[in-house]
Design a protein around this ligand. Structure first.
Ligand code: 2BA
Ligand code: 2BA
Lengths: 141, 141
């Protein structure tokens, strides 16, 4: 990597900070989560607990799959289930100190990745768009 | 760009070819489109006409928004509407001859971009993941 000075930018400068990120809580009914996803337009958003710790990610596909019956989408069942029952909690995280290359590797397989502090509190997200914008700037030296 | 030899790879080597891409047709009812999106897990897929020309993109958000009433999601209305009524037809395309940098610029704001030939027939898609994987390889010279 001697001739390529990677973007010197770190997680903190790249990330969308937590107050600008749409999210839902563990105990929310799925109906609320689907409304947040449809109104915001996002495919998936972070799931936090009541003390603002990061717990996982939830998207439209798992919610709709959970109410897909034989004949139709049984939307009335959305009020019976909670976010923590269907969310994906096996997803990578980053820390504010991580470098650009670590961010690039993590977003290869994830449209966005959550940033947490050492105690697991939610700091924000890194999106593929932010990484791609930096790479495009960098390649136009 | 004299010291950076960009990935020599072109659209043809990067793209997912059309037979591996889930898609829907202009005249399909929204109910069918939502089922394809939920069963495949994709956020959005290309829309083609009956002669396999590319017409636009449709995702879960616009479909669910179109049936969101005051109190609930009125899913019974999904069989009344067609794909061409809600799809997004204002979306960029690429051609097999385009270079890597053109692909990178296009996916900054789009999770995937469709590849069409000179008459508008659908050839495949370029995804952000494919671009990010190449950039990651390239940065480890
Ligand atoms: N309101 C909007 N304005 C402008 N462009 C928009 C937009 N909503 C979506 N996009 C574009 O579409 C891409 C995919 O969005 P998606 O919702 O599938 O996937 C998003 C979403 O799941 C999540 N995300 C992004 N911003 C968020 C936020 N403020 N709060 C919660 N989640 C967010 O991160 C994923 C990747 O975002 P990324 O920006 O790389 O990529 C975004 C962005 O390029
Ligand atoms: N079955 C699967 N296996 C492994 N990983 C999966 C997957 N489905 C989704 N992913 C991962 O999630 C990312 C976002 O998928 P999404 O469906 O929101 O957004 C997708 C989807 O809307 C579309 N897409 C990708 N492959 C497709 C295909 N074969 N047919 C139709 N649309 C496709 O392109 C967007 C970007 O795809 P990309 O690969 O960059 O990014 C994908 C990929 O990293």
């Amino acid at each position: 990597l001697e001739n390529l000075d990677l973007p010197e930018i770190n997680v903190e400068q790249l990330m969308i900070s937590s107050e600008k990120v749409a999210h839902v809580q563990l105990g929310n009914p799925l109906e609320h989560a689907l409304l947040v996803l449809v109104k915001s337009g996002y495919s998936a958003v972070p799931v936090l607990d009541s003390s603002y710790k990061f717990k996982g990610i939830i998207g439209k596909t798992v919610i709709l799959n959970s109410v897909l019956g034989l004949e139709r989408f049984e939307m009335e069942r959305l009020s019976e289930k909670k976010v923590n029952e269907v969310m994906n909690s096996d997803t990578p995280c980053l820390n504010r100190r991580d470098d650009f290359l670590t961010c690039l590797k993590t977003v290869i397989n994830h449209p966005f990745v959550c940033v947490v502090d050492d105690e697991g509190y939610f700091d924000g997200i890194i999106t593929r768009r932010a990484i791609l914008k930096q790479l495009n700037k960098y390649l136009h030296v």
